[in-house]
Design a protein around this ligand. Structure first.
Ligand code: CP
Length: 310
């Protein structure tokens, strides 16, 4: 039985096969409409979510399966003090696969050690968000044609943004990737990620000005300042609008630069940018459904060609 805790849990070859399956699902939805008949997905969300939870549920429903779960820990027995280990043992009796989001880093991993069914990390604190990374990689691969040889700017809250941490580590495995980290000093990328980049000899630059670098980017990955992970409101208010991507800034970018954002957006991308053909963040949300469909099929061993069998 395989779980998904980090995007590195799957080899590059396994990801290639997963993305091929996701693209086939995109083109041939009806072929997969009953692939999960009789199977049930549990979504255990101890933290708020729109896209991740609903796209997982949409994915399972598109596959003909069923869904159950909770979207608010206060409505589950976590409010009475139940551990994630006990919860997953019980969820294992009710479902075939579980997607779990938790504010504590490592909580889905603890659940996986006790689980009788595959567990998917749907975001754990400021740590990892592997299915967002699968979504990001599938979007880039589908719309740009490959996952190699790009200058990628990651902009905003690089300290607390788990989507950024997962994406950087996943992209380290591809050729010719250069990173430009764009953040205020207080929200710089964590040192452990910088150490990994140094160890692997990957090219990167850290800057505070988006204007200075936007013209050199192939992909701009905007992120929200993560209000829920700040220790005080004053710092959040000071930093929340540090970057706002506007039409004017887009005029300085390459004609084929792709703009991604894991969403939700607050103010960091002006709505006037939404109509720009380079804005790919809503398509990205759609790709999230296809890749989660492919992931569910793979972890349930209903697409045995995707994951290498031990
Ligand atoms: N991208 C993402 O994780 O969005 P949600 O928090 O709405 O799930």
């Amino acid at each position: 039985m395989r779980h998904l805790m980090s995007p590195l849990d799957f080899s590059v070859d396994e990801l290639e096969r997963l993305f091929n399956l996701a693209n086939d699902i995109e083109k041939n939805r009806e072929k997969y409409a009953h692939a999960c008949d009789g199977k049930t997905l549990a979504t255990c969300f101890y933290e708020p979510s729109t896209r991740t939870r609903l796209s997982f549920e949409a994915a399972m429903l598109n596959l003909g399966g069923n869904v159950l779960g909770f979207s608010d820990a206060s409505n589950s027995s976590a409010a009475k003090g139940e551990s994630v280990s006990d919860t997953i043992r019980v969820i294992s009796c009710y479902s075939d696969i579980c997607a779990m989001r938790h504010p504590k880093e490592g909580a889905p991993m603890v659940a996986a050690t006790k689980s009788l069914i595959p567990v998917i990390n749907a975001g754990d604190g400021g740590h990892q968000h592997p299915t967002q990374t699968l979504t990001d990689l599938l979007t880039i691969r589908s719309l740009k044609g490959s996952l190699s040889n790009y200058t990628i700017g990651l902009c905003g809250d690089l300290k607390f943004g788990r989507t950024v941490h997962s994406l950087i580590r996943a992209l380290l495995r591809y050729e010719g990737i250069k990173f430009i980290f764009i953040s205020p000093e207080e929200l710089r990328i964590p040192d452990y990620i910088i150490s990994e980049l140094n160890d692997k000899g990957v090219e990167y630059t850290e800057v505070t000005s988006l204007d200075e670098v936007i013209g050199s980017l192939d992909i701009l990955y905007m992120t929200r300042v993560q209000k829920e992970r700040f220790f005080n409101e004053e710092d959040y208010v000071r930093l929340k609008d540090f970057y706002i991507l506007t039409k004017e800034k887009m005029s300085m970018a390459k004609e084929n630069m792709m703009v991604l954002h894991p969403l939700p957006r607050v103010n960091e991308i002006s709505v006037e940018v939404d109509d720009d053909p380079r804005a790919a963040y809503f398509k990205q949300a759609q790709y999230g459904v296809y890749v989660r469909m492919a992931l569910i099929l793979s972890l349930l061993n209903l697409a045995p060609e995707v994951l290498t069998q031990d």
